[in-house]
Design a protein around this ligand. Structure first.
Ligand code: ATP
Length: 322
């Protein structure tokens, strides 16, 4: 293999740049030519390529977002789009492709590989952490620390004013962010899509917490919770308790920012492992980390299998709110 491409796709995640840097520098050290593909799969179709050398990735390890930019590309979901993309990759001589993103990104990679000759390796990069085959996806650690910083600040106000706060965090249809920031931020309750939200029970918990002498109450709401977002849930609680509350939707602040050390190290390890995998003739896998070890999972399994929440952490929520 002489030439590989790298792209970031789907939502951006802090640590993607550290991963690009690792791919480029490890690729160069293995004698490979590395091509950056801008704006995800759209960049293949529009031939938006940039040659990357070791110096092109200098001073990016600490930057959030992705220097290659990212985009959603509907055309890639069509046979015609896949055929066109494979033709361009072949013409460019790109034999290996490393895609950094979530399960949608991996679906695109598999579609390309199945219809052409390109060898693909995926790297999980999504703040939602909803990818099977890795304990942590790149960006998750930064996102939960960003959210936690905000929650800690809100706790100061909640405690001073004896207030009930509903804080909505990201995570799309999963509760990974909500669970970890809920534990780390000492939340009274965590409402996540994986568990049915019972408003009556929530009201009881809130009432009891104030009766037990708590000065404030923070409820973390995952954006994908089936009972609605923080506004809807707060309204339902208000109708029952008539307790003054405040709402904070953290939103996109959770997506950006300088990656934590943990995300930078993970991104560097996964980027290096992806290059090694391609050089060693592996293809069709996602490289992740399970229990501290590099782990390869067939790309298809990353969306066909469901990553479970840590049940021990889930059990702890109620106990620690006492
Ligand atoms: P995140 O979870 O952070 O949003 P993601 O990779 O899941 O990341 P998606 O928007 O689902 O984000 O997918 C990114 C891109 O991957 C899509 O815009 C599209 O170009 C491509 N893609 C997604 N699904 C498919 C598919 N079934 N076939 C081909 N390409 C796909």
């Amino acid at each position: 293999m002489k030439k590989i491409g790298v792209l970031t796709s789907g939502g951006d995640a802090p640590g993607m740049n550290a991963c690009i840097r690792a791919i480029v520098r490890c690729g160069v050290s293995r004698g490979l030519e590395v091509v950056g593909i801008r704006r995800g799969y759209r960049g293949i179709l529009e031939e938006d390529f940039v040659k990357l050398g070791s110096r092109s990735v200098a001073n990016i390890i600490y930057r959030g977002g992705t220097i290659l930019e990212t985009a959603r590309c509907e055309e890639m979901k069509t046979e015609e789009g896949i055929r066109k993309a494979n033709g361009i990759l072949q013409r460019e001589g790109i034999e290996g492709l490393i895609t950094i993103g979530g399960d949608g990104t991996f679906r695109g990679a598999v579609a390309l590989a199945e219809a052409g000759d390109v060898k693909v390796i995926g790297i999980p990069g999504t703040i939602d952490n909803d990818v099977y085959g890795t304990d942590y996806a790149i960006g998750f650690d930064t996102a939960i620390n960003t959210a936690l910083d905000a929650i800690d600040k809100i706790r100061d106000t909640a405690g001073s004013l004896q207030r009930l706060f509903f804080i909505e965090v990201m995570g799309r249809s999963r509760g990974f962010i909500a669970l970890e920031v809920g534990i780390a931020g000492g939340a009274e309750d965590i409402l996540i899509p994986e568990l049915e939200t019972k408003i009556e029970q929530l009201c009881l918990d809130i009432r009891r917490s104030f009766k037990r002498g708590k000065k404030s109450s923070i409820v973390i709401v995952a954006e994908g919770d089936e009972a609605g977002g923080a506004f809807s849930i707060a309204q339902q609680v208000w109708e029952r308790l008539r307790l003054e509350y405040r709402i904070c939707v953290l939103g996109h602040v959770q997506r950006g920012g300088s990656p934590t050390a943990r995300d930078r190290v993970l991104a560097s390890k996964l980027g290096a492992a992806a290059v090694d995998a391609l050089v060693n003739g592996m293809a069709g896998y996602m490289v992740g980390e399970l229990k501290g070890e590099i782990a390869f999972t067939p790309l298809r399994e990353t969306w066909e299998k469901r990553k479970e929440l840590d049940s021990n952490l889930l059990r702890l929520v109620k106990v620690l709110a006492e």
